[in-house]
Design a protein around this ligand. Structure first.
Ligand code: FE2
Length: 411
């Protein structure tokens, strides 16, 4: 049924008291970010790669195939109006990874769901992408802007203006536009920062005017943050020029922005403007989000995790243990010179592992007394000069709100 007919039918049913308000004209977006997908042939059989990842940040690129297979099935079950991918598609800009990933996105489109992508800071002109052999690594071809344009031609719209990278606006439905804003900086060589330029501003203002004339609501997306997030990742993850983009969104009544980059599930709130940073898909709990936009202007954002039933048996337990293990090893190394018993050090490292997972997954709530009642918290406080203790205690000072669910009422 076309969306307008569905709206009229829904209104009638509501008047009759037969259906809830939520059943009325709505668009649904699914979002993933920071896939950091590495083509299988670039690491298969390499023990070195596994040990490098074990010293990393909890990413699980060695399970990219299982995760992408699951994503295809999850999208097929969710049946959103579109899947948005907010950058860091590849591990570190390998052309072979983008080639393989574009085939996975093709599989998703076969399930009837359009895929729309923007690059992050690990996708184009990365200086030294590598593949991993049994006991060493070798340089591989990186993806240029032309490669990115060609490989994702089915999942992008042509650049609308000069100097706006791979930015474009896509009409998700009659009443919703998604504005994919490419503020990643990769001219000649990829940089970690993002930059919203005057050219982006001119283009975005035209899009917002046009959407207004068409009576459509707008959701924007970028890889880098638009609004400051946690203390831990406040300034360094914000795109330069964020003030100009914020001002435009406020002027045109845009309230929800989607981002990634932090690898932390976190919703930043700034005077009615929300920036929902999605946790990295490549790390436990393998987040994705569903955004529901209703024709009355209300929106819901919900962070979810890949269904365990769609993953191989034991996968979730393994992935969770991997993420916790990476933190536990780092904490244990930081504690090696601390005066404490082996049992105390072990309890502290376990605590750090559990806490860091809760924090990154968006589940940590600062008003939950559980974390400060744990005896291991007192041990960390006793050693507060330790580098890892500084990180933990600093993060725990933050006041959190709900980082998994957000309801934005009609204006
Ligand atoms: Fe990333």
């Amino acid at each position: 049924m076309p969306k307008k007919s569905a709206l009229l039918a829904g209104l009638l049913l509501i008047l009759l008291g037969a259906v809830p308000l939520s059943a009325l004209g709505e668009s649904r977006l699914m979002v993933v970010s920071d896939l950091h997908y590495l083509a299988k042939e670039l690491y298969e059989g390499s023990e070195l790669f596994i040990s490098v990842m074990r010293n990393g940040d909890g990413k699980l690129p060695q399970c990219g195939e299982e995760l992408l297979q699951c994503l295809v099935r999850q999208v097929s079950i969710e049946q959103p109006d579109a899947l948005l991918v907010t950058g860091d598609l590849s591990f570190n800009g390998e052309k072979a990874s983008h080639e393989a990933l574009s085939r996975w996105f093709g599989e998703i489109e076969k399930a009837g769901v359009p895929v729309w992508v923007i690059p992050g800071n690990h996708d184009i002109n990365c200086p030294s992408p590598v593949g991993f052999a049994e006991n060493g690594w070798y340089t591989v071809e990186n993806a240029t802007e032309a490669d990115f344009a060609a490989l994702y031609a089915d999942f992008l719209l042509p650049p609308p203006a000069e100097n706006t990278g791979f930015s474009y606006a896509v009409k998700i439905s009659d009443t919703l536009w998604a504005v994919m804003t490419d503020a990643a900086y990769y001219r000649d060589r990829a940089q970690a920062f993002g930059l919203f330029t005057a050219s982006h501003g001119e283009w975005l203002e035209k899009v917002l005017e046009e959407a207004g004339r068409a009576g459509a609501q707008v959701i924007t997306a970028s890889h880098h943050s638009l609004v400051p997030h946690t203390e831990f990742a406040k300034e360094s993850f914000l795109m330069f020029g964020h003030e100009a983009m914020q001002a435009l969104l406020r002027r045109y009544g845009v309230r929800l922005h989607l981002s990634g980059h932090l690898h932390i599930q976190h919703i930043a709130r700034m005077d009615g403007l929300f920036d929902a940073a999605l946790g990295a898909f490549c790390a436990y709990p393998h987040r994705y989000a569903i955004v529901t936009v209703r024709d009355d202007g209300s929106m819901d954002y919900e962070a979810k995790q890949l269904s365990g039933q769609l993953l191989p048996e034991g996968f979730q337990e393994m992935s969770k243990a991997w993420f916790e293990g990476v933190t536990r090893d780092k904490a244990a190394a930081a504690l090696s010179a601390v005066e404490a018993t082996a049992e105390e050090r072990s309890a502290m490292a376990d605590y750090a592992a559990r806490f860091n997972l809760a924090y990154f997954s968006g589940a940590y709530q600062s008003d939950d007394p559980f974390w400060k009642q744990d005896p291991a918290f007192a041990l960390w406080q006793r050693h507060k000069e330790n580098a890892f203790a500084k990180y933990l205690l600093w993060v725990m000072e933050e006041r959190t709100e709900d980082n998994l669910f957000l309801h934005i009422p009609p204006e």
